[in-house]
Design a binder for this molecule. Structure first.
Ligand code: FES
Length: 314
């Protein structure tokens, strides 16, 4: 990991803090593409992923926005409270599990809350390159908790951006159906809380799958941890048995026993860890598989078991 210097730390909306990081020697940073994230080591040593929200054309800084979540696992609170301006923070180079489709000429972005962060980098890139048109629907509770609100309401972007506040009332939720009713050539990118992504997935089932893209947060899965139960995983090719604890994903349990499989996003959105399911009933928690694939496929990074044992083709 490389140490970078915190040069700015500022609350830009209620509970949302922007951190700007630069090379301590003021050198150029490894380049990134829109949708990329950084893996950051927080001051107390926790590893967390945060999407970059600045223009990918900038090579002298990384900007992330962190939602300080006192009910989370501690990473965001540690980073916001303890990473002070001037301090060095370790981070791994940017990776991208949520890239823009390079051939698309039209995009629909749907962001919920802090899910706006990768989409900010995307619309900055599209505006700077002029390569494609976009529309952004940005859903938040209220104006105070809306990051980048002034920028998005500026004349540059106003005509392409719809910001909707529901005041925390499901009855005031934005109706996405008019946006998704008629499939077109646009690529849809959605990032936000799990219920929003589930709603977009359900409403876009009649679109070509290749045009729908999701980015999840670790914290979204965290909310489901309470439901987790341990189970047994059998790797059919070696007949090896791996016990998956309630606080582990399948892939984490496999790695702890010396097995591995390809992964990328590790949040159930990219499809890399798709594996054939031979026996058992899975508890599918990804945004990749279709209903008809549920009996025969599983995503190792997020999904679990309803039965006592799963057998997979590895
Ligand atoms: S690694 Fe991306 S879906 Fe599992």
């Amino acid at each position: 990991m490389t140490p970078l210097k915190v040069v700015r730390s500022e609350e830009i909306a209620k509970g949302i803090h922007l951190l700007e990081l630069r090379d301590p020697a003021e050198g150029a940073l490894p380049e990134f593409s829109a949708g990329a994230h950084l893996t950051v080591r927080t001051p107390s040593g926790l590893l967390r992923k945060y999407s970059l929200c600045n223009d990918p054309a900038e090579n002298d800084r990384y900007v992330i926005a962190v939602k300080r979540d006192p009910a989370g696992r501690g990473g965001s609170v540690d980073l916001v409270d303890n990473a002070k301006v001037g301090q060095l923070i370790d981070m791994a180079p940017p990776e991208n599990a949520f890239p823009l489709n390079p051939g698309a000429k039209n995009f629909i972005f749907i962001a919920g809350g802090i899910g706006i962060t990768p989409i900010m980098a995307m619309i900055r890139h599209l505006c700077a390159s002029g390569l494609a048109k976009f529309r952004l629907v940005y859903l938040t509770r209220d104006a105070a908790s809306t990051a980048f609100i002034d920028e998005l309401n500026s004349n540059n972007w106003k005509s392409m951006v719809t910001i909707h506040h529901d005041q925390g009332d499901p009855a005031r939720a934005f109706d996405l159906w008019p946006l998704l009713e008629k499939p077109g050539s646009a690529h849809i990118y959605c990032c936000g809380p799990r219920p929003l992504m589930d709603a977009v997935r359900d409403m876009s089932g009649h679109w070509p799958r290749s045009q729908i893209h999701f980015e999840s947060f670790a914290d979204a899965e965290q909310t489901r941890m309470a439901d987790n139960k341990p189970f047994r995983l059998r790797l059919a090719r070696s007949n090896a048995v791996v016990d998956v604890r309630s606080d582990q994903s399948i892939i984490q349990a496999m790695r702890s026993c010396g097995f591995d499989a390809p992964t990328s996003c590790e949040s159930g959105t990219c499809g890399t860890c798709r594996t054939a399911l031979l026996e058992g009933e899975a508890d599918h928690r990804d945004l990749v598989l279709d209903e008809e694939e549920h009996a025969s496929q599983i995503m190792l990074c997020v999904s679990r078991a309803r039965s006592a044992e799963l057998v997979i083709d590895l």
